[in-house]
Design a protein around this ligand. Sequence first.
Ligand SMILES: Cc1cc2nc3c(=O)[nH]c(=O)nc-3n(C[C@H](O)[C@H](O)[C@H](O)COP(=O)(O)O)c2cc1C
Length: 510
Amino acid sequence: MPNRDTQAAWHYHNGTKHPDGFLMDPWHSYDPMDNPLLFKIYSELDPIPLSPDSSPTGMPALEAISSSVEPSAKAQVPNFMTLSKILHYSAGVTKRIDYPWGEMAFRAAACTGALFHIELYLVCGELPGLKAGVYHFDAHYPALKQLRKGDYRGVLVKASGNHSAVAGADAVICYTDVFWRNACKYQAREYRHSYWDSGTILANTLAVSSANQISSQVVMGFVDSTVDNLLGLDVDKEVSLAMVPLGCGSELAAVPGPEIKPISLETLPISDHETDFPPVREMHEASSLSDGDEVTAWRNSAQTRETQIPSGRLIPLDPFPVDEMPQDGLETVISRRGSSRQFSHDSISFRQLSTVLQTSTEGIPADFLGSNGGTLNDVYIIANAVEGLASGTYVLSRESQALELLDEGDFRHEAGYLGLRQALPADASVNIYFMVELNRTLETLGNRGYRAAQMEASIMAGKIYLASYAQRLGATGLTFYEDSVTQFFSPHAKDKSVMFLMAVGKRARQ
Ligand SMILES: Cc1cc2nc3c(=O)[nH]c(=O)nc-3n(C[C@H](O)[C@H](O)[C@H](O)COP(=O)(O)O)c2cc1C
């Protein structure tokens, strides 16, 4: 079973580190004028335009990102209009900006290099307003395009090792990664980005589903080849990453689906040339699961880990009380979100930081986290300018809902260096790092634990984007010098690897 040979994950992880991972070509060049087509477009399928009604749910963003709807009789069945909203606010085009090299379409969720390499597909039974089928979400049109007719949910139930949420789902969104669209700039690091950039989308999917009273959760355990075949993917170029089952009104899903016949549908070419990056495919293969039994065993191996007991001074989080919580609605916040391009040195308040941390780290319903709110990642912080909190380094104690002080001092300079010598992390009020004990995670979950750890961090980061913009703060994802970060937060972070970095602060310009 390749998933249990965890040298593969270490090889990939070490080989794609900044500054000089051995799987990276330092002479690689990238020109945005030469970008691939950033949309997947099935050229011969009729579009089913998404429902234009995007009337807001009215749920405050901060409530939506921290809540989840459990599968229960009260949960709603998604209809075409709700699905349109979920897809649009997950990965739809939310703004267009003109640049010297042309117009760029920005999406609902952040993405490394604005290369938008994640595609969404929908597999559903008969729903109000939508026939049973397998669809691709064409974000460019925007529309659904039907790839297969009929109810194929049973295929996903089997692929997921009979996961109960998939078995009860009315619809399932599948997230895939088109390698070249991101590797053209980032080479083999693209496989990390596949989780970074699908995680930010998943944060939106979970929040919009909750706001619409649709139950949802993250499923990362499935037989890769079955899902890829169902979606008709050319796996040398595009692979499945995750699924989110939506709704729970269905029993039909447990019925085995029709036979999966190969499909070959025309799509517009995305580039006149493509380079293959074998480490991307190799890491994906090494973390693939081959049958339902392996998937079930993988899911059962998810366990709640013991976290470090705080030994330093604890500063209790102080989030906004419910009646003072900023009320900006989820859809408004997603439309407003963008990655900050410059931070001022102004402070944010401890209350604002506490609200960001509390709402973003409350737990994600996911098959790799076990049933009682476990986590893989720990949250480390550099506070540069937070009113009511001494500048310094901290680690979040989720159990105590407090920050544990590691070291007091001014670390702006170090923050700038660790964040790849950029101004953004040095200028931001706080830098928030997600770090994981990779050895332990790989021991428990195999190479697929690498996918899971990246995904968990990225979903929390996506929530941080929304929690910041809900409070009219700025935020951006950032990349980093991984070994230097571990060293910087050690001894506390000894043996931990960075999965994601977010910077939050006051925007210097809009
Ligand atoms: C994981 C991640 C890492 C990022 N790293 C950087 C970075 O190192 N420097 C930077 O300026 N922007 C970074 N960004 C911001 C992206 O460039 C931005 O998301 C993209 O251009 C899309 O724009 P938008 O977020 O405003 O929609 C990062 C975003 C993500 C999600």
